[in-house]
Design a protein around this ligand. Sequence first.
Ligand SMILES: [Zn+2]
Length: 322
Amino acid sequence: MLKIQKKLFAILNLGSRRRFPTLSVLLACCAFSVAVVAGEKAGGKTFQVITNREGDVTRFFVENREANEVTATFEIKSTNLKATTNFPFTATYPANKVTEAFSVFPDDPSKPWNYSYTSHYTVGSTLAKHDDSYIYRLPFAPGASFKVTQAYNGKYSHHGSDQYAIDFKMPNETPVHAARGGIVAKIKQDSSKGGPDRKHENHANYVLIRHDDGTLGNYAHLAKNGVKVAVGQRIEAGDLIALSGNTGFSSGAHLHFSVFKTRDGKGRVSIPVKFETANETAITLVEGTSYRSSAVKPGTILAVKGEPAPGASDKFQGGQKK
Ligand SMILES: [Zn+2]
């Protein structure tokens, strides 16, 4: 399962204390919350909040080094401070940019002031609006068939932000194909850990694909080093993207597939989707039933689709599409 992970650190702004002896110590505390971040180092390599003091004004910036937009939510506790926004403050920040978020400043500059804040972020945009007319392919090879072991509202773990996820039982290293096209937004493939315990929640390997409507497709529990696409690469429905596995919170080898949008920096909203199979279209998958993937559409040439992203390693340069 992919779950929110929080990381904490504190900054003690001693410089400010020295220069402004009447001020209280500034204590800034950030809680990073990422849909899928296990494997990254604490402190948020890909997301950080930068504060910049200019006299009594403190400007807050978000540095987003994800390949995708992120949504952050700030909460603040303060004494004798005003801000340029209300809190909690949620906003979406573009990829690979530093963007100004808000500023705080003393209500009465002659008196002491202080603040502490938390920030949570998750990949994706609050502006995403799912195209409910889109019919998804089954996320495996054309003609293959696998059983759904947990569907929408599954008792074991499909609730909350995973309410509308689907689990397909499949052997380790089974080819996983995109259910819908988009841009590869984020991947993890360095984990070999997994088991039927929530302690493994952050150990799942995954591919996140950003669809054109801004929603994200999540393919989880993948095999170690089993990802066949690169961040930034455009892929089409039906393309091979990974090999399945049993990493993360998982009771056995399977593929977990879900579509979601970002609610705010702390969470996401699970989205029910419809699938086509070899025999039917626009169906809702049901637990305990096996489904066969439809054949590749006539005229589809998987072998040359998708330009590898700049910097993609050789393993993405060809030969992976069947
Ligand atoms: Zn699942």
